[in-house]
Design a protein around this ligand. Structure first.
Ligand code: HEM
Length: 249
């Protein structure tokens, strides 16, 4: 039965082992392992004296020189209580913690946090303003006005006409409606971009299935295109079965 079960063997520094150099507590180091020979030293075939002499020290070289053969593994296993480390793990941990706490001044940390927060708030504000600008129709109208007020070249004259149309489209609802309904309040747009888009979408004529089939190009008679169109790929249908959906039904 070992003095200490292998899983429970502990790390020791040389300094710690040095303290175990008396007949009541006798430890030796061999091949970076720590052996407790307190009980064994009295039964040692080579005599207790040699072990007492080597108590608390590294006896690797002495033992290798003294023994005729390799020491019995069972005995070595039985007396082993730990292994040598340069620094104890918990001391290492303490050192790291101490170093960390020494370097971490709370003032700069708080300052960095504050700066990060301010930068995030600033970014959010800029984002919101940008979103607002993009959404607002008056801003769009102002942009159009700006473009129109720029000096134009002869080649640009033609496009100015279309810009005017664009402007009047955006402002269209400030004018009396063709159906006689009153215009929107001064400066306010009745139609938003969303409603304009909806109107445009409703103007799209939905193709009937028959029309869609008619418009589908004929399948070429051979080659790669024929293979691709033959329905051997992702859709799993022949081209004539793939009817495009355009606009609202
Ligand atoms: C855990 C530690 C040790 C164990 C288990 C151990 C075990 C033994 C055993 C089994 C023998 C008799 C067989 C042999 O000679 O190989 C022996 C002999 C001897 N051991 Fe150790 N030993 C230990 C440490 C040491 C140390 C540290 C020294 C010191 C220098 C030492 C010095 C000797 C000597 C001088 C002999 C007599 C050799 C002879 O008569 O030819 N032993 N030891």
């Amino acid at each position: 039965m070992p003095l200490v079960m292998p899983a429970l063997r502990k790390p020791y520094t040389v300094e710690e082992v040095m303290k175990h150099n008396t007949p009541s507590s006798l430890w030796v180091i061999m091949n970076r392992k720590v052996y407790d020979v307190t009980a064994f030293h009295k039964k040692h075939p080579g005599g207790p004296g040699v072990l007492l002499q080597m108590g608390g020290k590294d006896a690797t070289a002495a033992a290798a020189a003294a023994h005729k053969s390799i020491l019995p593994a069972n005995l070595m296993w039985e007396f082993c209580v730990g292994y040598i480390v340069r620094v104890k793990p918990q001391e290492e941990e303490k050192k790291v913690t101490k170093a960390n706490s020494a370097s971490s001044d709370p003032a700069p940390k708080a300052q960095v946090k504050k700066q990060k927060k301010a930068a995030a708030a600033e970014e959010q504000q800029a984002d919101a303003a940008d979103r607002e600008k993009r959404r607002s129709p008056p801003a769009f109208v102002a942009d159009v006005e700006k473009i129109l007020s720029r000096p134009v070249t002869a080649s640009q004259m033609r496009s100015q006409d279309s810009m005017e149309k664009l402007k009047s489209k955006a402002q269209g609802d400030m004018m009396p409606h063709s159906d006689g309904s009153p215009p929107a309040e001064d400066g306010k747009l009745e139609r938003t971009f969303t409603t304009i888009m909806e109107e445009m979408e409703s103007e799209l004529v939905a193709l009937s299935d028959e029309e869609a089939v008619k418009k589908e190009p004929a399948v070429p008679s051979g080659g790669l295109l024929c293979f691709l169109n033959s329905g051997c790929w992702s859709t799993g249908t022949t081209p004539n079965q793939r009817v495009p959906v355009i606009g609202k039904a």
